[in-house]
Ligand binder design. Structure first.
Ligand SMILES: Nc1ncnc2c1ncn2[C@@H]1O[C@H](COP(=O)(O)OP(=O)(O)O)[C@@H](O)[C@H]1O
Ligand SMILES: [Mg+2]
Length: 376
């Protein structure tokens, strides 16, 4: 899919921006603090309804304003559609073809986008919560039911934890009901996460090899409290685990074991990447995961997500910049930000690359680089 037109108003330092966009690679360049990341962030927000920098949507609204609007015309297999999100102090409202969407779950997944930002390098060092969210947010855009199930899980977990605080013999029956519901929905989430990890295990080694230019062994391991694909056995064993842990749970007034603690680990040549790999290798792996997600979503939905690469090229060595540029050249639509477009386009490329200069939240120059030459 690709965005053909973007309109942004009162979004961070973008006062009023209107832009026609092309397929292929577009490079937004300019000095620091000019609004390049804000621009690609607005596309991401329109896709996911939240930012890759913050979950507080009020931060996105321009200082002194009460409402921000992002609108885009997006070309998809099913035709051209318009999407809009209004961000206000009260909340977010989404529209598809000018019709208000009542449930976010019906909106998510309409515009598919994958982003890579410099902070993503820390994904292997951060808390498991962020790695879970990486899996969950993609599963939510692939399976509309997934987000609902995740919310159900969280609600049941809250009920369980509340009950643990004041449990007596009479309430054991209620706990039993809650536990059954909890493990039923746990299984649904577990099996989807399993599936995603399996898919990544196929794609990631191939992409990492392309990016690194080296033939390393790469594997991704799902860390969960109960790895059991057979549903009946899963439910039975999960119940036993909850029963075994009950006294500890009551003591801590918190459910100690469950899929809310899920995590994954990446092994590079049999070594845990978070412990043994260099920052450069971790960056390349985090980037490769995002690129693998692009391939996976394309395979599953027949629509290629829009790829957003914020400030990535400057962090890579010459060889890897070349590998990344070559990789993205045959993608449907890629938005890249950088200070100088020469960081990205280092040599003659026989494919046009759009370059757009951003200054103080505005487009001040546009052109195309083709065969190493700049054309206006
Ligand atoms: N809510 C906001 N309202 C107005 N300006 C904002 C808001 N949030 C951030 N900014 C401004 O956006 C600018 C940073 O833009 P950014 O896109 O991150 O820059 P860069 O071009 O380096 O990627 C800063 O000048 C900052 O003050
Ligand atoms: Mg930036």
């Amino acid at each position: 899919m690709n965005v053909i037109q973007l309109k942004v108003s009162s979004f961070r330092n973008l006062v009023n921006l209107e832009l026609n966009l092309k397929r292929g690679v577009t490079v937004f360049y300019g000095l620091n603090g000019q609004g390049k990341t804000n621009l690609v962030e607005s596309i991401f927000v329109l896709s996911k309804t939240h930012s890759f920098r913050t979950f507080h949507h009020k931060e996105l609204i321009q200082y002194d304003k009460t409402k921000s609007t992002i609108t885009a015309k997006v070309h998809k297999n099913s035709g051209t559609h318009s999407y809009q999100i209004d961000l206000t102090n009260q909340g977010k409202i989404c529209y598809i073809n000018k019709n208000k969407v009542l449930k976010i779950s019906e909106y998510l997944g309409n515009i598919k986008a994958i982003s890579f930002i410099p902070e993503d390098v820390f994904i292997f060092k951060e808390s498991p919560h962020n790695r879970r969210w990486l899996l969950d947010s993609e599963l939510a855009s692939l399976f509309p039911l997934y987000m609902k199930q995740l919310i159900v899980f969280q609600k049941i977990m809250e009920q369980r934890n509340a009950l643990l605080k004041q449990i007596n013999a009479k309430q054991k029956e209620l706990l039993d009901v809650i536990d059954n519901k909890l493990i039923e929905v746990s299984y649904e989430l577990y099996s989807k996460r399993c599936w995603l990890i399996e898919q990544l295990n196929e794609l990631l080694p191939i992409i990492f090899k392309k990016m690194s230019g080296e033939d390393n062994q790469v594997s991704i391991v799902y860390k969960t409290y109960l790895n059991q694909k057979d549903k009946e056995t899963y439910l039975k064993q999960a119940k036993e685990i909850l029963e075994t842990n009950l006294n500890k749970d009551i003591e801590k007034t918190f459910t100690q074991v469950g899929i809310h603690k899920d995590d994954f680990e990446i092994y590079l040549n049999q070594k845990n990447i978070s412990l043994y790999a260099s920052q450069g290798q971790q960056r390349l792996m985090a980037l490769s995961i995002k690129l693998a997600l692009v391939e996976l979503i394309k395979k599953e939905t027949n629509e290629e997500p829009i790829l957003i690469l914020d400030d990535v090229f400057s962090e890579l060595d010459t060889k890897k910049r070349k590998a990344l540029l070559n990789y993205i050249l045959d993608k449907e639509q890629v938005f890249v930000t950088c200070t100088h477009y020469q960081e990205v386009i280092q040599e003659d490329i026989n494919q046009p690359i759009e370059i757009i200069k951003i200054q103080q939240g505005k487009v001040v120059e546009r052109g195309v680089i083709y065969n190493g030459r700049k054309q206006s």
